[in-house]
Design a protein around this ligand. Structure first.
Ligand code: PMP
Length: 391
């Protein structure tokens, strides 16, 4: 029976890692995998997290089960950072821990489906797993164009999609640092989107996986907060895996804004039953470490400092790319105003292959690069190679 299952294509980025590791060239560059890298090419554990983990080892006296909602101390400690001073919007926001942002997106979509959502509008290109999760859940995806030709967001595309949507539809938005394009809405555009959603029955789902990696913790929350202030109900899928460097520890949360505070319990009880059937409860360790960081002002400051350094380095690489202007046929200037780790270069599959084979530069076939894979040392080589293959 099991032999009826067809071979599935390998994950393209994981296959790329294998190729990269097997490449003997000393000056090879990895722009594929979506993790932050320092100027030395490393993805270290945050100092604040190391300190919290030491404390956790000392202080944790049981590993008995929590519940499907996970560590509620963690869930609550994050809220002021995401939602601002009135972290609950008058008691209307509550959350639960999930296995990473992936778990949060999955749970958001499953909850929306259970509430009657049959179709989710989504700007494309998007993080490939969005489409995969919706397909797996049997929720229809209605794509619209996210990126305009000039490297800014195609707001007209979103507006047209919303105008044709109604009851039973949801809209999935990237809160900041759009993956894969790096193209975010401006604050004015977020205000416009929030106003349109306020007058629409479409349910907003905001995926916030990179808060603090774009312009700053507060700045990157602008869109999510604008939407929440305008609409009665929304879902926020959050990841701590990038902004706390916890990737493999799988730290995330799903937050629900309900029409009334009294509606939260019923909604979250559905989240709990869905979680119970899928993963029972989320992994504890990373979320417990984040809770310890956020409950200690000195550790919080240390974390924010470390996050600042990450963002500053990403912005520095982006500025250098933008300063280079044009490399062959690729205009690098828009990268200076885009946000986060990712950017899409207008290169063909053949050019991506040439970059890999001729220059040892590894990137996704889609043209997505992780700008954090670039350093002041390897930038000139990258720009020259890009000019060479696109000339
Ligand atoms: N949403 C987006 C847009 C992402 O890019 C990612 C991670 N690459 C996630 C969600 C999920 O992150 P996590 O690793 O926490 O599951």
């Amino acid at each position: 029976m099991l032999d009826r299952l067809d071979q599935q294509p390998p994950d393209a980025l994981l296959a790329l890692i294998k190729l990269y590791n097997a490449d003997p060239r000393g000056d090879k560059i990895d722009l594929g995998v979506g993790v932050y890298r320092t100027g030395q090419g490393e993805t270290p554990v945050f100092g604040a997290i190391k300190a919290a983990e030491r404390k956790l080892v000392e202080e944790q006296d049981t590993k008995a089960y929590l519940g499907p909602e996970g560590d509620m101390g963690f869930v609550h400690a994050l809220m002021p950072h995401i939602f601002g001073p009135d972290a609950t919007n008058n008691g209307r926001i509550e959350g639960m821990q999930t296995p990473g942002g992936t778990g949060a997106v999955r749970l958001a979509a499953a909850l929306a489906k259970r509430a009657g959502v049959g179709r989710i509008l989504m700007g494309t290109p998007s993080w490939p797993n969005h489409a995969q999760i919706l397909a797996d859940l049997g929720v229809e995806m209605a794509p619209f164009r996210h990126a305009a030709e000039d490297g800014t967001a195609d707001l007209a595309g979103l507006k047209a999609a919303l105008a044709n949507a109604g009851e039973g539809d949801a809209l999935l938005l990237h809160g900041c640092c759009h993956n894969p394009t790096g193209i975010d809405y401006s604050n004015e555009q977020w205000d416009e989107i929030a106003a349109l959603l306020a007058d629409s029955p479409v349910l907003p789902i905001v995926d916030l996986a990179y808060q603090g990696l774009g312009q700053g913790m507060e700045e990157d929350a602008y869109g999510a907060r604008a939407v929440l202030a305008a609409v009665p109900e929304a879902l926020i899928a959050y990841s701590c895996d990038k902004n706390f460097g916890l990737y493999r520890d799988r730290v995330g949360a799903l937050y629900v804004q309900a029409r009334e505070q009294s509606g939260l319990d019923a909604i979250l009880s559905n989240g709990a039953t869905l979680a119970r059937a899928a993963w029972s409860m989320p992994p504890d360790h990373g979320a417990a470490a984040v809770r310890l960081v956020l409950r200690d002002s000195a550790m919080t400051e240390q974390w924010l400092d470390e996050l600042d350094q990450m963002r500053t380095r990403i912005r520095q690489v982006r500025s250098k790319l933008a300063e280079a202007g044009v490399a062959g046929s690729v205009d690098l200037r828009p990268l200076g105003i885009q946000n986060g780790m990712f950017a899409m270069l207008p290169v063909s599959k053949e050019q991506v292959q040439k970059l890999r084979e001729d220059h040892g530069i590894y990137m996704a076939g889609s043209g997505r690069i992780n700008v954090a894979g670039l350093t002041l040392d390897n930038l000139p080589k990258f720009i020259a190679a890009l000019a060479d293959v696109t000339a």
